[in-house]
Design a protein around this ligand. Structure first.
Ligand SMILES: Cc1ncc(COP(=O)(O)O)c(C=O)c1O
Length: 392
């Protein structure tokens, strides 16, 4: 697990952006007023292929639309062969408009009322329910129709805090407890078991422990058709190695093959990757509009607000995005710097306390790892428009 105490974001060297991308960013900046996102389409498609290359054949990979629900982004992942996971009526409607068919959509949510349960059911989506109460409501509405359940297997593993806290165990509000799951043993209407272990995780060991425990619970359900291992695949920060996708492919293939053999029928593997599909393929670009020097602290004012790049608002302590000053003249000397937004809101920062070279008004600033949970998290608070999004 990553050390979340390390809040320093090192200045990203320009070499992390390919010369081609830098050229494209400059071209877009020349014709675009205001901040914008730019996504590398080929990188998104490669990330999709990384999951489709899992050798286990009986599988479907459902992109988690909460990570990026821009229409073009969803069209790209669909074109690359992924299916979709949604958790709201808005994203369900969008998925259907884009052309995802019923069974290509996984709907996992919590506290769904009858109307929402009907909506997901009538769309033909694969539904995972969050509680005994939700299961009772499903049975009341749809009898024994097969459905999945979200499993809080925190008692079977040692729950770990991930970015945004605990997703398993007593500290998580989500899913059925192990006792509740066991009380359903033998029910033919349980079609699948779902687990979401946490987010932004690079340690394969935690995935393995959780998946193994979920696999053990499958034996309770004679008509089980699928396991859904959710998402959670992390992005590398600072000196982290990238997510070990090859080892991951081996891990799930071995586990699923063994499970299907043990149960004597093919069990479908569902995955719901979000962050990893577009995170490193997206960049947020803005311009310097003011520079204040407070002793050795460089305060860099931008033509953008954190409402347009909101991860630092949601995760002030943990949102870490590599920053590149494209036009910095001298990179040998750096100053403690913060990037602030063009509003009066005291918490309007896009990055804090990182080392950057001296900058000037008009310079282009690029924030990396901006393809997931960024554009989608836009908020109307403060009155700025959403940043334009480009795909190159
Ligand atoms: C149930 C579920 N699946 C998948 C995802 C996507 O997770 P990630 O972006 O960590 O891969 C989320 C994100 O919150 C989720 O709640």
């Amino acid at each position: 697990m990553r050390d979340t105490d390390d809040k320093q974001i090192p200045a990203c060297s320009p070499s992390l952006l390919s010369p081609r991308l830098v050229e494209q960013i400059r071209e877009l900046a020349a014709r675009c007023d205001g901040p914008f996102y730019v996504y590398d389409q080929a990188a998104i498609e490669q990330n999709c292929r990384d999951f489709l290359a899992i050798p286990y054949a009986d599988k479907s990979i459902h992109f988690a639309s909460m990570a990026n629900s821009t229409r073009r982004f969803l069209e790209i992942v669909r074109g690359a062969g992924l299916q979709i996971f949604v958790n709201s009526p808005g994203h369900l409607a969008l998925a259907r408009e884009i052309g995802f068919a019923g069974q290509q959509i996984v709907y996992t949510s919590s506290a769904m009322d009858d109307g929402l349960l009907r909506l997901a059911h009538d769309a033909g989506a694969i539904v995972n329910l969050d509680s005994m109460g939700q299961l009772a409501a499903w049975r009341r509405l749809f009898g024994d129709e097969p459905v999945g359940i979200r499993c809080n297997i925190g008692e079977l593993v040692e729950p770990r805090p991930t970015l945004a806290g605990y997703f398993l165990g007593k500290q998580s509000r989500l899913g059925l407890t192990v006792d509740e799951i066991e009380s359903l043993a033998g029910q033919h209407g349980i079609a699948g078991l779902h687990v979401y272990v946490g987010t932004d995780i690079l340690d394969l060991g935690y995935f393995r422990d959780c998946y193994q425990q979920l696999a053990r619970l499958t034996k309770l359900f004679p008509a089980l058709r699928f396991v859904d291992f959710g998402g959670g695949f992390g992005l590398p920060h600072n000196s982290d190695a990238p997510f070990p996708i090859e080892q991951y492919r081996d891990l799930v293939t071995e586990l699923m093959t063994r499970l299907s053999n043990e149960l004597g029928r093919s069990i479908r593997l569902l995955l719901e990757p979000g962050r990893i599909i577009g995170g490193a393929a997206g960049f947020f670009v803005c311009r310097v509009t003011d520079v204040k020097l407070r002793g050795d602290w460089q305060l860099i004012g931008l033509d953008a607000s954190s409402t347009q790049f909101p991860r630092p608002l949601f995760y002030p302590a943990d949102a870490r995005h590599p920053v590149t000053l494209l036009d910095a003249a001298d990179r040998s000397v750096t100053l403690r710097s913060s990037l602030y937004g063009c509003s009066t809101y005291s918490r309007d920062f896009l990055a804090r306390d990182l080392q950057l070279p001296a900058t000037r008004i008009g310079d282009l600033v690029v924030l990396g790892q901006a393809g997931s949970y960024c554009a989608t998290a836009f908020t109307h608070f403060l009155g700025f428009e959403p940043a334009t999004e480009f795909f190159v």
